[in-house]
Structures are given as C-alpha cells and as structure tokens.
Write a new protein. Structure first.
Lengths: 192, 152
C-alpha cells in the first residue's frame, strides 16, 4: 500500500484552495501539492483532489482504467471514499482514460430545483497548456483565456458545450495533467 | 485475501487487548521483543474524533452518547503486511506500536517469535486489573430483594 498526503490537514487545505481557485477562474491552470505516493494510473493532481475533497460521505466512480486494486485500496485507506459501480449514483468520478469515457449525461446532472445534486468529474489528460487552444467564456473568465487539453477527444468537447447549454443542470469538470489542473464548471461556455 | 471467522475473532481479540493496554506496559513489552521489524507509516498516527453510540436497554434505538478522541495509525511491514490500530485519547506512540504489533501478529512466524506472548502478557495484566477493580466494588454491593415476587 502507498502513503497519502504528508500533512493531511495542511495539504488538504492547500489543495482545496487551489481547486477553489481553478473553479472560480475557469480555464486557468493551477498547481496542487501532491501526495507522497500515487498508484498508477492516477496523476498526482487527481489523487490529491480525491484525498482532499472525497470522504466517506461522498460516492466515487472509477473508470475501467482507474479501477485497479491498488487504486481502490489507496482511496479507501486515505479518503474513506464509497466506491460505486454505476456512474449514475456517483457524486465524484475519476476518469483515467478519456478516450473511452461514458457520456457526460451518464452522471447525475442535478435537477432544476436541486442543481447541486450533480457530479464532479475528474478527467485525466496527457497535458494542459495555457495560451492556445479552446476559448472558455463566462463567469470568472476575464478577457481572453485559452486552454489546450492534449488527449481530450473532440467528441468530449462537443459534450462540454452541450453540458453548458443545460444550465443550471450539468456536471462540473476538472481536467488534470500531472501535478496541475484546470476546471470547466457548467457555467463555462466553450465554443468549438 | 479472505480471512476465516476464527482469524477475524483472533484479530479482534488482540486488537482489543492492544488498544486497552497501558502506554508504559506496551512500551516495555515492545523493548523486550527479540526482534522488531523496520516498518513504514502509511497513515498517521493522527488524532480525530469518533461518535460513540449507545442503546438504552437491549432493544432501544441507537442514540449518540458523545464524541471521544481517538488516535489511529496504519503501518506496513517489509513483507507487505498492513497493521491498523485505533486507540482512545491522544496517544500517537500507543497507536503506532499497536499497529506494528497488529501487522506482526498476522504473520504466523512473527507471532510465534514473541508477538503472541506479548498479547498474552498484556491480557493477563488487564484481567488482573479488572479482578482488582471488581473486588473493590464488590465490597460496597447492595443486594435488593424483589418484594413483588415474594422471594425468601
């Protein structure tokens, strides 16, 4: 088994703060402190997100690539997460292989009365770059921001556009590469 | 890895004995062990709160009695065996040693090489303390008669 965060309280707060920054500034790339050890195929930022934000009261769905014994043991020990089998019952989802991910609307989208009952999806991509690529717009985006996520299939980008169109329903996305992450909440519009 | 019911019962017993040991007792039996493994800390020792639940009578509904401080620790031995411990209060060293002993006791070789006798010594000391406490309280015991049933 592997070790988790060096300082569960202090690191957890720093990770929470970084994720808050990323979600309030959609498209901006932030670095997060990583755990001491991370089981493959998880990226350090994806593991950090789970250890800081997922606990025994949250349900977590893992895709086929992430659903290894080592990952499940690691998340159970360090986060206490309830690992679920159906995407439709998850409040968080960790997707290690975005080329084979389920449709965004396979996850809880919330309702018009209770939009907060939706899922937050962590998508692992090959790399993230600022300055070129897609142009997110909407609340929290000042001027022009550009975000490129290598490895994210074009079909997922068109789902992200449709996800915004269903506002206030929809999922919130966190893109992760290595020790960095960027968020695309449902308030953000990304034109193709 | 699946464990049989007797394995679970045995582990439950030694985890209970280790958790109820006095800190200095545990420290001294630890020092007397013929060999102690190089272990690494996977989690903690860390202090937190747990809610203690109770039931009034045997069939009452569950209620929250109150929160108590607990220290927990998880360690791994070189062979990959993982030991856990939850002990009352703020006792990081107690939790750490108990977790290491829990991992050692799961290994039949290490258990036979001293870890099992540690548990027996701790259990004997606990039984002795319990008997002493019972003897002290027995002297002030009051026997009530049940008048309605007309005993005696």
């Amino acid at each position: 088994m592997l070790r988790g965060l060096a300082d569960p309280v202090g690191d957890g707060q720093m990770i929470f703060r970084a994720v808050l920054q990323a979600i309030s500034r959609p498209g901006c790339i932030v670095a997060v402190p990583g755990p001491l050890e991370v089981p493959p195929p998880l990226h350090p930022a994806a593991a950090a997100f789970c250890l800081a934000l997922v606990d025994f009261e949250a349900s977590l769905w893992l895709d086929r690539a992430a659903r290894t014994t080592a990952v499940i043991e690691y998340l159970r020990l360090h986060s206490g997460a309830l690992i679920v089998d159906a995407p439709g019952t998850a409040s968080f989802a960790l997707i290690a292989d975005v080329s084979a991910m389920p449709a965004l609307d396979a996850f809880p989208l919330g309702t018009d009365e209770e939009p907060e009952r939706s899922a937050t999806l962590i998508l692992q991509v090959a790399s993230l770059h600022a300055g070129d690529g897609r142009r997110p717009t909407g609340p929290g985006v000042a001027g022009e921001t550009r975000l490129r996520a290598d490895g994210l299939p074009p079909a997922v980008w068109s789902e992200i556009r449709d996800n915004h169109a269903a506002f206030p329903r929809g999922v919130d996305l966190v893109l992760v590469a290595g020790a960095r992450l960027a968020a695309l909440p449902r308030t953000t519009r990304v034109d193709l | 890895m699946s464990a049989s019911v007797t394995d679970i019962d045995a582990r439950r017993r030694w985890m209970s004995v280790l958790a109820k040991a006095e800190a200095d007792e545990l420290e001294s039996v630890w020092r007397e062990l013929p060999a102690t493994p190089d272990y690494r800390l996977l989690r903690g020792p860390e202090v937190g709160l747990v809610m203690v639940c109770g039931r009034a009578g045997g069939t009452g509904t569950r209620f929250n009695l109150g929160e108590m401080t607990v220290t927990r620790c998880t360690v791994e031995l070189p062979g990959g065996r993982v030991g856990h411990a939850y002990v009352r209060g703020r006792r990081p060293r107690h939790a750490e040693l108990s977790a290491v002993l829990d991992a050692m006791l799961q290994d039949p070789v290490r258990a036979a090489a001293g870890a099992q006798s540690v548990v027996e010594r701790l259990a004997t000391a606990q039984a002795r303390r319990r008997r002493a406490a019972e003897a002290r309280t027995a002297r002030t015991r009051v026997e009530f008669l049940t008048l309605v049933r007309g005993e005696e």
